[in-house]
Design a protein around this ligand. Structure first.
Ligand code: PMV
Length: 329
């Protein structure tokens, strides 16, 4: 058995969002969610078991990882060690090409890559569903990055076994997602804390749970039909609804900034001018715009002109998490 494995995973952006946990410890969501895995901003993670080490070591982009991240990785490895019946500490080297902690899904790619690499390094033989459940324990959205293209994550029956992601079959739609990085600083409130606060205090939360179920059903029909306009409309209203529940939390969780609003205005204007483009936002001020690949460069140009100096990247559907460069030692 090799004690070292490297995996690559890409971020995913939810078109029907996950916002709120039913079980904080197991990371079981209140609602199903559906996402598109991207082909940009991969995370590459190598896990090397070192039974002689007295603690795990976590390196992010060549430097010691911040304490909170190192603790999170170590807690995740405890889960893997529990499943493997031991195996000792590990050296984890992770390279992220996306700004960490800025609402750009770095936790999804990061935890998916870690799950795949750690499972192999500790000798676990897990199928994709089991890997999805394992990645979920690191970060909920990571359950979806195990799969490429479009994935749906089931809330299930509240049990660990019942909550996993799987591919959405039969989707031929190949949209572009233009990512506008309004602000890449680390967010003030973590998604974990923001979710907890929203579920506990937002008077809009129950309505969100109900409308989200309807959005998911309609999204699946729209995807099966290959109807970009319907997919985009559902994604945009779902994202704005999620942000509305947060704004109603006490105290409010406000990720939408003035910069985000300016871009949301531009996206609405694009539509009025005849370009099908639809916005979505996650736990941060960045705006992602779903559009036809043929329009992506034009949309990116409009967003750059609206907010000079910001970074804008164009993504398409990307692959699921996978092992790379396995050492056979
Ligand atoms: O998995 P987390 O804890 O990073 O939460 C992600 C939540 C959103 O990105 C806002 C929505 C989603 O479904 O990815």
């Amino acid at each position: 058995m090799s004690d070292r494995a490297t995996a690559v995973a890409h971020p995913n952006i939810a078109l029907v969002k996950y916002w709120g946990k039913r079980d904080d410890e197991l990371i079981i969501p209140r609602t199903d969610s559906l996402s598109m895995t991207l082909d940009i901003f991969p995370t590459v993670t190598t896990v090397t078991r070192d039974p002689a080490a007295r603690a795990d070591t976590v390196v992010l982009n060549g430097a010691a990882a911040p304490d909170d991240m190192a603790r999170r990785v170590s807690r995740f490895l405890d889960l893997v060690r529990g499943l493997a019946g031991g195996g000792g500490h590990a050296y984890v080297d992770t390279r992220n090409t996306v700004p960490t902690g800025a609402g750009l899904a770095s936790s999804a790619s990061g935890m998916a890559a870690l799950a795949v690499a750690a499972a192999r390094a500790y000798g676990l033989d897990l199928d994709e569903r089991a890997l999805s459940r394992l990645a979920r324990r690191g970060s909920g959205s990571a359950s979806r990055s195990i799969f490429g293209r479009f994935a749906v994550w089931h809330a299930g029956d509240g049990s660990d076994a019942g909550s996993y992601a799987e591919p959405v079959p039969g989707v031929t739609l190949d949209p572009a997602l233009v990512v506008a990085m309004v602000d890449t600083g680390v967010k003030a409130v973590s998604s974990r804390e923001a979710m907890r606060r929203t579920v506990a205090t937002s008077p809009l939360y129950d309505a969100w749970v109900q409308s989200s179920a309807a959005d998911l059903a309609e999204m699946q029909v729209a995807l099966a039909r290959g109807d970009l306009a319907a997919v985009g409309e559902i994604a945009e209203r779902n994202a704005l609804g999620m942000h509305a529940t947060m704004l109603a939390a006490r105290p409010a969780v406000r990720y939408i900034s003035a910069g985000s609003l300016a871009l949301l205005d531009r996206v609405a204007q694009l539509r009025q001018d005849g370009t099908p483009a639809y916005a979505t936002m996650d736990a941060g001020p960045n705006v992602k715009v779903l559009c036809d690949p043929a329009d992506a460069e034009g949309v990116a140009g409009v967003l750059r002109a609206a907010a000079p100096g910001i970074r804008v990247a164009i993504a398409h559907c990307g692959p699921g998490a996978r092992l790379v460069n396995e050492d056979a030692s």
